[in-house]
Design a protein around this ligand. Structure first.
Ligand code: A2P
Length: 282
């Protein structure tokens, strides 16, 4: 990967730019509009949002005001948990399009699997949600479909359906590499995206990461984003701060050595969201 417009190829042949601009916790309104415009100006061509972030209107405005045509951008959103199931997912998708002011999505994801803790029929619920996603995909309303926070046992059921997931977006940062899920995705040609590649900022003060980053004259944020790519994972760093938005793109002028990759890959858990897909009660 040499730049922000380099791509991963999804299992349906559709291309996805190799770094996405994350917007989780970005407030709607001016902040969303300005940060998205700034990111596009900085070269991002892939924007990741979700209905539950509550910022689709601002993100959509930022996209429209960026001056870059819709066709040159890759836009992802996600169906929220309360809209699982066939009919609700179809309706949620239409609302997302209206809020984003677009007539198609590049990628639509199931935000979280129905959890075992809350639902006896979790598998059936996920399949019904997926049925709606697949229908929208086949109708050409979405270019690619996938899931988020799915573990292998959640994915297995979907793998038996006509349209296989193309993406799984999971929490991924040093100390939380979700090896089992990543291996399953690799074996099944599913691109893995990293949410919170900076551990929502928690990685930035870690002394071991600081030491490695300093060797390359890079920040820990840049190290983490680059480290994702070298692990063949698509990072989605979030920032609303102009200099950080740019900083997180300056990751194509260094290579983390094999030894340093091994060292980071072997790091123990140093913090994360603590959310487990089978345990969540939302
Ligand atoms: P902000 O949005 O205020 O700039 P993650 O992508 O793992 O969710 O991390 C996002 C968090 O990390 C946000 O709090 C964001 O702050 C902060 N952040 C993003 N990029 C950088 C950076 N280059 N340096 C320091 N903090 C950053």
């Amino acid at each position: 990967m040499n730049g922000l417009s380099d791509v991963f190829k999804l299992n349906n042949g559709y291309e996805i730019p190799c770094v996405g601009f994350g917007t989780w916790q970005t407030p709607d309104g001016k902040t969303a509009i300005e940060s998205v415009k700034y990111a596009i100006e900085a070269g991002y061509r892939h924007i990741d949002t979700a209905a539950v972030y509550g910022n689709e209107v601002g993100v959509g405005k930022g996209i429209r005001e960026s001056g870059i045509s819709r066709g040159e951008l890759f836009v992802t959103s996600k169906v929220w948990n309360e809209n699982r199931g066939y009919h609700r997912t179809l309706a949620a998708f239409e609302k997302t399009l209206v809020d984003l002011q677009t007539d198609y999505l590049d990628l639509y994801l199931i935000h979280w699997p129905a959890s075992k803790k809350r639902f006896k029929n979790w598998e059936e619920i996920n399949l019904e949600t997926w049925r709606a996603m697949a229908e929208l995909y086949k109708a050409g309303r979405i270019k690619a479909i996938g899931v988020s926070n799915f573990l292998p046992h959640h994915l297995k059921a979907l793998m038996k359906t006509e349209v296989k997931p193309m993406v799984n977006q999971i929490e991924f940062h040093p100390g939380q590499m979700q090896e089992e899920t990543v291996s399953f995705c690799r074996e099944n040609d599913i691109v893995v995206e990293a949410w919170s590649p900076l551990g929502t900022g928690r990685m930035l003060t870690d002394p071991q990461l600081q030491k490695i980053a300093a060797k390359y004259g890079k920040s820990v944020a840049q190290l983490c984003v680059r480290w994702c790519l070298q692990n063949h994972i698509l990072p989605l760093p979030k920032s609303v701060t102009p200099n950080r938005i740019i900083e997180n793109t300056e990751i194509f002028d260094f290579i983390i050595s094999d030894d340093d990759m091994k060292e980071i890959n072997a790091m123990p858990y140093i913090g994360g969201s603590g959310l487990h897909p089978d345990e969540i009660d939302f």
